[in-house]
Design a protein around this ligand. Structure first.
Ligand code: HEC
Ligand code: HEC
Ligand code: HEC
Ligand code: HEC
Ligand code: HEC
Length: 310
């Protein structure tokens, strides 16, 4: 069986493939890059091995043959089409620069530098500023982190696309998480505390607990309203819990797990208080949302895309 998440993602992907060509008709980066020739299966394997061997800052160990780059350019395009960025209208030029109104490669590429060039917008140390043009709050928190300090000091540390893999730029799920952190947070390398990955996973699991408590409080308050009870005190505590929940993904980027955990504890307290204040006696946990919700989400996405069609 497919999970609900897979079904939602698959629907979005199908929709995005169906609509992308129209939405981006006037962006030359997209028009040209989607037509370049892709890697075949053998080449793909070969490149995977080479990529595994590729250390940062080693210029051109991928062989800077135009043909290889050409294939990366279309593979990256393919990955990008599955990203939220593609749906939100964030195109290649938003991160790489260049001139998306020119159909001539040399002109379109003016100002674009390879990621190994320290002046490139996508050089790993410049990536936070490039992403931070739009993700200002994440950048602000990230600048307060030990990760950022180490990055600035030219030491080993993750940048935005270490965790949000180009060009899908997704949020890691908890199962992928451990491996990424353990690249540096491990006892052998001695560059970063080894217990961090487990602690980070616990923290994110606690954030999910907060979401559950909020759902319960929401249900109780809805029921209390139906019964004609006064819910204003409960609603205030619920609002507080929800605003804490909404602030967590941004706060996360400070990589200060103690502060992160304290916020979650406050949020859970508020949500549980709201449950009590609703006056509804504790009930068994409600079941997870069903397929109907998955399909209405896909429907909303479809309407959104239709509304963007010129
Ligand atoms: C007319 C076709 C064409 C257009 C338009 C075009 N590209 Fe390219 N691009 C290519 C090809 C082909 C490559 C492979 C390397 C090469 O031939 O230079 C490439 C390579 C790249 C690379 C790899 C690094 C490099 O400098 O070679 C980046 C990044 C890139 N393109 C981004 C963009 C962006 C951003 C735009 C729009 C502003 C754009 N491209 C417009 C054809 C195009
Ligand atoms: C949200 C920002 C973002 C967007 C949008 C984006 N890229 Fe990139 N791209 C990056 C980053 C960051 C890297 C460097 C990855 C690394 O360090 O391994 C990169 C690397 C590349 C490379 C490898 C060449 C190099 O300089 O290392 C190519 C080719 C490329 N991108 C093409 C594209 C194309 C084509 C699009 C549009 C379909 C696109 N990118 C959209 C951020 C972006
Ligand atoms: C031109 C603006 C812009 C730039 C530059 C940009 N983003 Fe985004 N990003 C967006 C928008 C818009 C969304 C979709 C709406 C949202 O979730 O905020 C988004 C969504 C995301 C998401 C959430 C994806 C998901 O599946 O939920 C991540 C992660 C992300 N961006 C990472 C990055 C990274 C990393 C960079 C730099 C390499 C970057 N972004 C550069 C505008 C941008
Ligand atoms: C490329 C290397 C690298 C990767 C990957 C990495 N980190 Fe780090 N991290 C560091 C370094 C270096 C420090 C600073 C260690 C020090 O000086 O105390 C650090 C510090 C931290 C701290 C602060 C620890 C403290 O004692 O305050 C947290 C939290 C953290 N990392 C979380 C993570 C998580 C979660 C991941 C995976 C999603 C991750 N890191 C991935 C290199 C990395
Ligand atoms: C060490 C790993 C790591 C690094 C580095 C990192 N992120 Fe994230 N990012 C995550 C994780 C994990 C989440 C999900 C957090 C959560 O759900 O509480 C996330 C969530 C996001 C989101 C979605 C936020 C939302 O409201 O749902 C965006 C956008 C984002 N990151 C952008 C960035 C940008 C921009 C940078 C660089 C300035 C960056 N990230 C650096 C791991 C990282």
């Amino acid at each position: 069986m497919f999970s609900k998440k897979t079904i939602i993602l698959a629907s979005l992907l199908l929709l995005s493939i169906a609509f992308l060509p129209r939405v981006y008709a006037d962006n030359s980066c997209i028009n040209c890059h989607k037509n370049l020739s892709a890697f075949n299966a053998t080449e793909q394997q070969f490149n995977k091995i080479r990529l595994e061997h590729l250390a940062r800052d080693v210029p051109c160990s991928l062989q800077c043959h135009v043909t290889v780059l050409n294939k990366f350019a279309v593979n990256n395009y393919d990955q990008w089409t599955t990203s939220k960025h593609a749906l939100a209208g964030v195109t290649c030029n938003n991160c790489h620069g260049g001139d998306p109104s020119s159909d001539i490669k040399e002109n379109a590429h003016i100002g674009i530098l390879r990621s190994s060039d320290p002046n490139s917008t996508v050089f790993y140390r410049n990536v936070p500023e490039t992403c931070g043009k739009c993700h200002t709050n994440e950048l602000k928190q990230f600048k307060d982190s030990l990760h950022y300090q180490k990055l600035e000091a030219n030491q080993q540390a993750p940048t935005c696309d270490t965790c949000h893999k180009p060009h899908v730029f997704q949020v890691l799920n908890i199962s992928e998480f451990h491996d990424v952190c353990s690249n540096c947070h491990n006892p052998e390398m001695k560059v970063a505390p080894p217990d961090v990955p487990d602690k980070a996973i616990t923290a994110l699991e606690n954030a999910e607990k907060l979401t559950n408590e909020i759902d319960i409080a929401n249900n109780y308050i809805a029921q209390a309203k139906l019964e004609g009870k006064n819910v204003s005190a409960a609603q205030m505590d619920l609002d507080n819990a929800m605003s804490i929940r909404d602030s967590l993904p941004v706060l996360w980027h400070r990589f200060d797990l103690a502060t992160f955990q304290n916020e979650i504890t406050d949020g859970i307290d508020s949500a549980q208080k709201a449950q009590q204040e609703s006056g509804i006696p504790p009930q068994p946990t409600p079941s997870a949302p069903g397929f109907d919700i998955a399909f209405s989400l896909a429907g909303i996405a479809a309407l959104y895309l239709l509304s963007r069609r010129k």
